[in-house]
Ligand binder design. Structure first.
Ligand SMILES: Cc1cc2nc3c(=O)[nH]c(=O)nc-3n(C[C@H](O)[C@H](O)[C@H](O)COP(=O)(O)O)c2cc1C
Length: 248
């Protein structure tokens, strides 16, 4: 019998192994309207809070916004920013050109998902602002004490049958959010995470082959063991090339 608390997996879904969960935690942007129960939020945030941080200072904090008045206002602020950001990106990255115009193409599917995500942002079941308590002046590596916790959060959500996505949609409205939510000046709002019950299914992630990402001895030299396991699919990825086909 495990000594650990066994969290409840939604709808009694089959639990996934840690390793399978790692390989199948997608960015989930389409949610059913169902709320995320408080005990699930507790279990997800507990896993997030177990993440590593420099000197184990645990400088991560999580502002969880569900259905209170401030939550509604924060979703409105971030939703408006998200729509502006996506509108500029859709044009800048050519989502409205080339294969973006072909229904069913990866680019068109991504654009449709994003259109809907930002249009309905105010109805995301849970909005979480992971924050970093700054105990010294900003450094290029300071995020390393908050983003492991954010990834733990997303993986825990996956384990319990929920799904989420990390974004930076808060950035343009950082000042307004600070005022609304009483976030002190020495706190970095590190991300905007939305969470809910996924509408679709988690599939395998699309990532570059290991040999393009792992080097040994010298920059650019892939070791012979750095190969994708047999049967790995979806091994090209990235944002669309300007005006051309998406690479993923
Ligand atoms: C630092 C960071 C910033 C991101 N910003 C956004 C964002 O602003 N909007 C968004 O919809 N997704 C955002 N994402 C999610 C990525 O687009 C997503 O993780 C990536 O495309 C892989 O998708 P997949 O996990 O479904 O394969 C961000 C992810 C990271 C790690």
């Amino acid at each position: 019998m495990s000594p650990w608390h066994a969290p409840r997996v939604i709808n009694d879904q089959e639990p996934v192994s840690l390793y399978e969960g790692l390989l199948t935690t997608r960015a989930i942007r389409r949610y059913r309207p169902d709320p995320v129960p408080e005990d699930a939020l507790r279990d997800i945030l507990f896993a997030a809070s177990r993440a590593p941080s420099g000197s184990n200072r645990q400088p991560f904090r999580f502002l969880v916004l569900t259905d209170g008045p401030n939550a509604g206002r924060a979703k409105g602020l971030i939703g408006a920013a998200a729509r502006r950001i996506w509108s500029a990106k859709a044009t800048g990255d050519g989502y409205d050109r080339g294969s973006g115009m072909e229904s069913g193409s990866p680019k068109a599917r991504m654009a449709a998902t994003m259109d809907r995500y930002v249009a309905d942002f105010e109805s995301v079941p849970v909005l979480i602002l992971p924050c970093l308590v700054r105990y010294r002046p900003p450094t290029p590596t300071e995020g390393s004490s908050v983003y492991p916790a954010v990834q733990n959060l997303l993986l825990a959500a996956r384990a319990l049958g929920y799904g989420g996505v990390i974004t930076h949609f808060h950035a343009p409205v950082d000042a307004e959010l600070r005022q609304l939510l009483g976030i002190p000046g020495d706190i970095l709002v590190a991300a905007t995470v939305t969470l809910g019950v996924p509408e679709g299914r988690h599939g395998p992630v699309r990532r570059r082959p290991l040999s393009e990402l792992v080097y040994s001895e010298a920059w650019g030299d892939a070791p012979p063991w750095a190969t994708d396991p047999p049967g790995t699919r979806h091994t090209s990825a990235g944002p669309p090339k300007a005006g051309g086909q998406p690479t993923g």
